[in-house]
Unconditional design. Structure first.
Length: 83
């Protein structure tokens, strides 16, 4: 489970097996038993949420947007693909 970065206890990561065929570019976020999945394209969209509040999701989305280059580079490096 490669961790891309962590901010304020929010761990941004992807699983080493993201489907066969590989799912489109995305990032998972975990904190305190909550989990979210965000699609990464030219923008960030919430794909799934288990337990985060609306304000936490807004914070998570902003953190992902601020680190979109880091996320896409990590995805491309790990999966040898285009994010």
């Amino acid at each position: 489970m490669p961790k891309v970065f962590e901010i304020n206890g929010f761990k941004f990561f992807f699983f080493s097996n993201e489907g066969n065929p590989l799912e489109p570019c995305h990032i998972h976020v975990r904190k305190s038993g909550c989990l979210a999945k965000l699609w990464i394209t030219d923008k960030v969209d919430i794909a799934d949420n288990i337990g985060f509040s609306a304000s936490e999701l807004n914070e998570i989305k902003k953190m992902a947007e601020n680190n979109i280059i880091l996320i896409t580079e990590a995805w491309n490096d790990f999966f040898n693909g285009k994010c």
